[in-house]
Ligand binder design. Structure first.
Ligand code: NAD
Length: 419
């Protein structure tokens, strides 16, 4: 029996089975492509502020090392488990291959609630987690980055812990670090900036004017807040809805995104913001807007609400926001253009790759150079996915996954099976 269970892993496995059928992968080749190469589970004991010692569960899943080191974010969330971590690692593999980055996918994290931890407790968890991972990671084996619940500061603690162990600074062990420690210009904004850029491309393709369009953004952390800010500031989109796990707001006349972002920066949550009308969070997704961008957690677009969405573009800033059942409904409807997660949010790992390259070369680029290269890579990938979808008469998601899976498969076939 597999250790990889749960609804999120099932989603990744179901998607893979559909792609394997579409491109004709033999049954005996499938498990080698789907199942992770390595999964590490660790205990993370920490002295809490109240004097107790608490032991948290930490994970790291390295999906495949066929094309280079593994690469992926670190999630601090109460519900994190092995199945979810594995699914996220698998999606990272297809995403990196789709963008032609020399990486396999990984994901990791700690089952904890960063919202109730003190800064000292968060630092202790971060350092002990990295300490436990030292035997299994390196700049040429597995390179971590931020994800939900982690940020530049956590990456700085990871880098310091790893570097202290090795006796010298190893900046390239993580990406998404502060610029002062070898991070790159533009990384913090890269995922949301990429989401907004691809929404702009989708608008062009559908003959919509971005500056006449409206958007709803679910999730107001790194990805959601930057997506909303870029949509408004760079594309002229009117943002009419926004939410996080504490509150949801909707105003057909438009929200003041900069004010919302300032509130979130000051209070860590949207709750307490009083300058826009509140709405039930589930209802927010069903409101009329040209663009819906889920930028929070998995499985929020499901069989129950997919038929009732009123958007023209579904831009998946989050990983895995749409269930396979919802996908089938959207395919049947045919009126919602989906920018699938492994394409839509790829800006984050693309600029993480730029950061790793700059660290290895000790040669740093300007923000303009980073953003120009980012846009060019995303444009090329969007065009490839669109062409494949048209050629095979399949959805954008199937096309993106097909390209990613084929590239990993080709790498495995060329290298052969060791020994
Ligand atoms: P974050 O921790 O910065 O923010 C997460 C946000 O989601 C918070 O505002 C939180 O309140 C909100 N949220 C959580 N549960 C919610 C719910 N049920 N309803 C509404 N809002 C909810 O995390 P992030 O880095 O912005 O990541 C968000 C998503 O984007 C995740 O799926 C992550 O895997 C994906 N992603 C992140 C990056 C990156 O560079 N950070 C890159 C690619 C993909």
């Amino acid at each position: 029996m597999s250790i990889y269970t749960g609804p999120v892993f099932e989603m990744a496995a179901t998607q893979f089975a559909a792609i394997a059928d579409h491109i004709g992968i033999a049954q005996d080749e499938r498990a080698r492509l789907l199942y992770p190469k390595r999964t590490i589970a660790v205990s993370v004991p920490v002295h809490m502020d109240d004097g107790r010692t608490e032991v948290f569960q930490g994970y790291r899943v390295q999906h495949h090392l066929t094309l280079g080191p593994t690469k992926g974010g670190t999630r601090f969330a109460p519900s994190l488990d092995v199945g979810e971590t594995a699914a996220l690692a698998i999606w990272m593999s297809w995403k990196c291959a789709l963008a032609n980055l020399p990486y396999g996918g990984a994901k990791g994290g700690v089952a904890c609630d960063p919202g109730i931890l003190s800064r000292r407790e968060l630092e202790a968890i971060s350092r002990r987690y990295m300490q436990e991972m030292i035997p299994f990671v390196s700049p040429h084996t597995d390179v971590m980055a931020p994800d939900m619940g982690t940020n530049e500061q956590v990456m700085a603690w990871f880098m310091d812990t790893y570097s202290m162990h090795h006796g010298h600074s190893v900046n390239e062990i993580v990406t998404g670090k502060p610029v002062a420690l070898g991070g790159t210009e533009g990384r913090r904004e890269a995922t949301g900036r990429g989401v907004a850029h691809l929404i702009g491309r989708a608008c062009e393709r559908l003959g919509m004017r971005a500056s006449n369009s409206t958007a709803i953004v679910q999730g107001f952390g790194n990805v959601g807040s930057v997506t909303a800010l870029c949509l408004q500031a760079e594309h002229g989109v009117k943002v009419v809805g926004a939410s996080d796990h504490t509150a949801a707001f909707h105003d057909p006349n438009g929200l003041d995104v900069a004010k919302l972002a300032a509130h979130a920066a000051a209070h860590r949550v949207l709750s307490g913001y009083t300058e826009a009308p509140r709405i039930d969070p589930a209802e927010l997704l069903l409101q009329k807007a040209d663009i819906l961008a889920p930028c929070a957690v998995e499985r929020v677009i499901d069989a129950a609400n997919a038929g009732r969405l009123q958007c023209r573009i579904l831009a998946e800033g989050a990983n895995g926001p749409t269930t396979p059942e919802a996908d089938a409904i959207l395919d049947l409807r045919g009126d919602v253009f989906v920018i699938p997660d492994i394409l839509c949010n790829a800006g984050g790992v693309v600029v993480s790759y730029f950061e790793w390259v700059q660290d290895l070369q000790r040669l740093f680029w300007s923000e303009t150079e980073v953003n120009t290269k980012l846009r060019s890579l995303l444009d090329g990938t969007f065009a490839q996915v669109s062409a494949r979808a048209a050629k095979d008469r399949i959805s954008m998601r199937m096309a993106a996954l097909a390209i990613g899976v084929e590239r990993v498969r080709a790498g495995k076939q060329l290298r052969g099976l060791f020994p």
